[in-house]
Design a protein around this ligand. Structure first.
Ligand code: SAM
Length: 223
């Protein structure tokens, strides 16, 4: 049966990969990777010598149908992204959708992703939550936050270092300064840190700090 494997890879600590992920990456004919140079570091670390080709947001439309044809003709692929789970704020969704349309089995391995450790570490309600990925950069940013104002579930956002303060300020503007948040940075890495408090406290803290690394913002749901 034709199949595509979706394989999560570490979000910082190279040891965060499952045995099955390694075995699968060794056994497929070809690995689709967002940045082949970055992925080679991981693959070399685990002695994986499978052929690797680039598949990223700028070439996925162009490569998609050829990959589908190849899978149908019996070539086994796995897709990985630079970090975490493909298709979660990363390429992968188009391929999964097209595989399903073409009766190709999709097997997604469980594994690393930044949103789950950030949510659990936040201490905010984790029984129900919404993942919003990255907010729009410019147009639609405040509109998106306004829509989320009435959201009762915990909200998880991804953010880049240069927009962190801007986003925390927007949260104060729209949700009020007393809303609880938790900001996790550099999860699984040496400088991993989680700062919890009201959005005002967390903004003050990061305004004094050097803002470096990768961030997940977790916001308490509205009452
Ligand atoms: N596919 C990834 C996943 O499953 O989490 C997400 C990729 S997205 C392009 C990158 C964003 O994920 C970063 O800007 C940050 O918000 C979040 N992220 C990834 N690794 C992280 C880490 N080690 N610590 C904190 N946030 C991280």
């Amino acid at each position: 049966m034709n199949k595509i494997y979706i394989i999560p890879t570490p979000i910082g600590n190279l040891e965060d990969i499952t045995f099955r992920a390694i075995i699968t990456l060794k056994n497929v004919d070809c690995i689709l990777a967002e940045d082949t140079r970055k992925s080679k570091k991981l693959l070399n670390h685990y002695n994986i010598s499978t052929k690797i080709i680039s598949y990223h947001q700028y070439n996925e439309h162009q490569k998609l149908m050829k990959i589908i044809e190849n899978i149908k003709s019996g070539i086994n692929y796995a897709i990985i992204s630079d970090a975490g789970t493909p298709s979660i704020s990363d390429p992968g969704f188009l391929l999964v959708r097209e595989c399903i349309k073409n009766d190709i089995l999709v097997e997604t391995l469980p594994g690393p992703t930044a949103l789950i450790p950030a949510l659990v570490n936040s201490g905010l309600a984790s029984d129900r939550f919404v993942f919003e990925g990255f907010l729009p950069h410019k147009k639609g940013r405040l509109k998106r936050l306004l829509k989320l104002k009435a959201e009762e579930r915990t909200i998880v956002l991804y953010e880049s270092p240069h927009r962190l303060l801007k986003t925390l300020s927007s949260l104060i503007e729209i949700f009020g300064s007393g809303r609880k948040v938790s900001v996790s940075r550099e999860l699984t890495k040496i400088y991993e840190e989680t700062k919890r408090g009201t959005v005002k406290e967390v903004l003050d803290y990061f305004s004094r700090a050097k803002i470096k690394g990768e961030f997940v913002i977790v916001i308490e749901g509205g009452k």
